[in-house]
Design a protein around this ligand. Structure first.
Ligand SMILES: C[S@@+](CC[C@H](N)C(=O)[O-])C[C@H]1O[C@@H](n2cnc3c(N)ncnc32)[C@H](O)[C@@H]1O
Length: 318
C-alpha cells in the first residue's frame, strides 16, 4: 500500500501542540524530528548507551504524518491547516509549510520480519516461528522466536554473548533468573541447556505476552517458566517474589548503567557459588562495570567475552 507522507516545517515550541491537534483530527503515527537533547527519562526504555550528536538545538522541528487510501486527503489536509492556524495564534509555529512525498507500504510492525532468517549460535538453531527449518540442521537444538514488540531475536551480539555464557555455565537442574527477559530467548536457551526452572523479569509489559508465547512454541510449560513485570533494582515486592539465595545462574542482558545498579542488589538472590552473566555492555563502559564489580565483595569476575563492540562479564558469587 502506498502512503502519502506530509511534513510540517515548524518549531520545537509548537511541535507538541501540533501533534496533539493531529491526534484530535484522527491522524496516528506522528513523527517529530528536532535537536532537543533527550533526558535520562526519555532514554529509559530505549536501549541506547551513546546518543547521536545532533548539534545545538536551533529551535526548528519537523512534524511528519502519514495518510493512506482510507483518508479523504484534501479534507484531512484542510483540517490540518486550520489546526496549524490555531496553534500559530498562541505560539510561534514557524512557517508551517507542508511538503508531501510518497512512501511505500509502512507496515512498521511487520516489515522487519523479512530480514529475520534462521541462524546458528553454537549448537543452537534459532529461527523465527514463521520460517521453515533449513536443510542440514537436524543435529541442532531448536529455538523458535517471535519477539513481537519485545527485544530479543537472538541476532544481537549481546544476546549471543549471553547464550555462550548460558551454554557454558547452566547445568542440569539449575534454577535460573533472567533479568530483562524480553522475548524470553535467554530463558528458553537456559531451559534447553538443562535448567529445571527459570524466572524472567522485565519492565516492559510487551515482554509478558512475547515471552509466554515463545515459551509455548518451544514446548515450555508454565511450571518451568514464570515472567514477572517489575524492577528488581528497587521494587521490594518483585525482590520478594523472585526469592532469595535461590538461583544457580542469573543472566542480565541490559545496559552497562543498569548492570552497575543491578550488581549492587542482585547478590541476595544468587546462591553462594552461583554465576552472574552480564551483557549489554558497550566496550567503552567495560571498565566502569569492571570497577563496580571490583568494589563489590560479593562477586569475583571469572570470564570476560567480547563480540564486536559488546562485552559480557561473568562473575561468581563468593
Ligand atoms: C537488551 S534487551 C534483552 C532481551 C533478551 N534478554 C535478549 O538477551 O535478547 C533488555 C531488556 O531488559 C529490560 N529491562 C531494562 N531495564 C530493566 C530492569 N531494571 N529490570 C528488568 N528488565 C529491564 C528491557 O525492557 C528489555 O526487554
Amino acid at each position: 500500500m502506498k502512503w502519502k507522507k506530509f511534513t510540517i516545517q515548524t518549531t520545537t515550541a509548537a511541535e507538541d501542540f501540533i501533534s496533539e491537534k493531529l491526534s484530535e483530527i484522527g491522524i496516528e503515527g506522528i513523527e517529530i524530528e528536532d535537536k532537543v537533547e533527550l533526558t535520562a527519562n526519555d532514554t529509559k526504555g530505549m536501549f541506547i548507551d551513546v546518543l547521536p550528536d545532533l548539534g545545538p538545538d536551533d529551535g526548528e522541528a519537523l512534524v511528519s504524518f502519514y495518510l493512506d487510501d482510507t483518508y479523504d486527503v484534501p479534507k484531512t489536509l484542510a483540517a490540518v491547516k486550520m489546526a496549524l492556524e490555531e496553534v500559530a495564534s498562541f505560539v510561534n509555529a514557524g512557517s508551517c509549510e507542508i511538503t508531501a512525498s510518497e512512501t511505500e507500504d509502512k507496515d512498521w510492525m511487520n516489515n522487519w520480519k523479512q530480514y529475520f532468517k534462521p541462524f546458528v549460535v553454537d549448537d543452537l538453531l534459532i529461527k523465527p516461528t514463521w520460517e521453515e527449518i533449513p536443510e542440514g540442521m537436524e543435529g541442532k537444538k531448536l529455538i523458535q522466536i517471535d519477539p513481537g514488540m519485545a527485544f530479543g531475536t537472538g541476532k544481537h551480539e549481546t544476546t549471543q554473548l549471553c547464550i555462550a555464557g548460558i551454554r557454558k555455565y547452566v547445568k542440569p537442574g539449575d534454577n535460573v533468573l533472567d533479568v530483562g527477559t524480553g522475548s524470553g530467548i535467554l530463558s528458553i536457551c537456559a531451559l534447553l541447556s538443562g535448567a529445571s526452572h527459570v524466572v524472567g523479569t522485565d519492565l516492559d509489559e510487551n515482554a509478558i505476552d512475547a515471552a509466554h508465547e515463545n515459551a509455548q512454541v518451544n514446548g515450555i510449560t508454565s511450571e518451568q517458566y514464570k515472567v514477572l513485570i517489575g524492577n528488581l533494582i528497587d521494587d521490594q515486592a518483585i525482590k520478594d517474589e523472585v526469592g532469595y539465595e535461590a538461583y544457580d545462574v542469573v543472566v542480565a542482558n541490559i545496559l552497562a548503567d543498569v548492570i552497575i545498579a543491578l550488581q549492587e542488589v542482585v547478590a541476595v538472590h544468587v546462591k553462594h557459588g552461583g554465576i552472574f552473566i552480564t551483557s549489554g555492555i558497550i566496550d567503552m563502559k567495560e571498565q566502569a562495570v569492571m570497577d563496580a564489580f571490583a568494589k563489590n565483595p560479593e562477586f569475583e569476575v571469572i570470564d570476560v567475552l567480547h563480540q564486536g563492540e559488546w562485552v559480557s562479564i561473568v562473575t561468581r558469587r563468593k
